[in-house]
Design a protein around this ligand. Structure first.
Ligand code: AHM
Ligand code: MG
Length: 331
């Protein structure tokens, strides 16, 4: 009987096709997978935290009370720091870069993550997720990671990116240049991810857009004009906006769609972060045949000069991204 391809098997098969690999890359992804299972389990029980908190009962179940985004951050750190595969971590939850504590050994990769994106949606059981991107270090193996291992590097230099969505089910999407973009669904009854969405592709165009229209008055008028143009009834567009980047992106990856978080006069760099939101999702979008810009230039050609640098983001099906970007730079 065909039991399906587990993520573990997929990683071993694709990792084995690279004879130069040391195994660290596969180990890194396995550790991320383990963290994803732990975070998924905790997210599924998050509603209990409110109940327990409300009755004032903390201690024994006190772990539930810990904010989920901090739990996600700690879980990723704990699963990666001892494995000898990462020399530096960058996280939305950490002001400073995270180094590998002794006695553990720094590895070959830099791991950038938004541990729990869309966390304002936790209380309402809407979909949230973990986003991550991976660089291979530039400094010598075995030494502590340096800021130069992650800053001033183009998004193109990443070697993998992915996300996990914790929704009606838990799904992990992984993108590498060698294997493309593949989605794996967690079967909670056996605690394994199985390949469920092989070779995900974004068609050139689509009929959906995602943007927070409440900010329309703050937009560049050229953006307002473009969004208005999509509303022509004959074009047949619809609009969806969850307010979790990872969930909005995931829906658009599966169904096709354009996501925009623009710059405004008061926030010229928008809201989203380069290293652990825009870079990973742009990497996934491009490998799926889509594209991503900052409203002017390609996201993956950018270089971050600050760990928590922000950028406007226009991402999705390539024709829609090209249209929106052209509208934003028009005279
Ligand atoms: P977060 O990383 O603190 O969760 O914030 C980022 C989130 C994105 O997931 C989402 O796309 C965006 O904020 C929504 O912002 P807004 O409410 O301004 O539309
Ligand atoms: Mg986020």
């Amino acid at each position: 009987m065909d039991e399906g391809i587990t993520l573990d098997r997929f990683l071993m098969q694709t990792g084995a096709s690279h004879p130069s690999a040391t195994g660290q890359f596969v180990t890194l992804l396995k550790q991320v997978t383990l963290a994803a299972k732990m975070i998924s389990s905790r997210v599924n029980r998050a509603g209990l935290a409110g109940m327990i908190g409300a009755t004032g009962e903390t201690n024994i179940q006190g772990e539930f009370v810990q904010k989920l985004d901090l739990y996600a951050n700690e879980t990723l750190k704990r699963n990666l720091e001892h494995a000898g595969v990462v020399c530096l971590m960058v996280s939305e939850e950490e002001d400073e870069p995270v180094h590998i504590p002794e006695p553990f050994v720094p590895g070959r990769y830099v791991f950038c993550t938004d541990p729990l994106d869309g966390s304002s949606n936790i209380d309402v059981n809407a979909t949230i997720g973990t986003i991550f991107g991976v660089f291979k270090r530039k400094s010598p193996d075995g030494t502590p990671g340096q800021l130069s291992d992650v800053l001033d590097r183009a998004g193109d230099e990443m070697v993998a990116a992915g996300y996990v969505v914790y929704g009606s089910g838990t799904l992990l999407v992984l993108a590498t240049k060698e294997s493309g973009v593949n989605g794996f669904t967690l079967d909670p009854s056996v605690g394994e991810f199985f390949l469920s969405h092989p070779d995900l592709r974004l068609e050139p165009s689509a009929k959906m857009y995602s943007i927070n229209e409440a900010y329309r008055a703050k937009w560049d008028p050229r953006l307002a004009g473009y969004i208005d143009s999509l509303k022509a009834p004959e074009l047949g567009f619809t609009q969806r906006y969850i307010g979790s980047l990872v969930a909005d992106f995931h829906r658009n990856l599966l169904k096709g769609g354009l996501f925009i978080y623009p710059s405004t006069a008061s926030a010229p760099n928008g809201k989203l972060r380069v290293l652990y939101e825009a870079f990973p999702l742009a990497y996934i979008a491009e490998l799926a045949g889509g594209s991503a810009t900052n409203g002017r230039d390609r996201i993956l050609s950018m270089k971050a000069t600050d760990l928590h640098q922000r950028t406007p983001l226009v991402i999705g099906n390539s024709e829609l991204v090209a249209q929106a970007t052209a509208a934003l730079v028009a005279d």
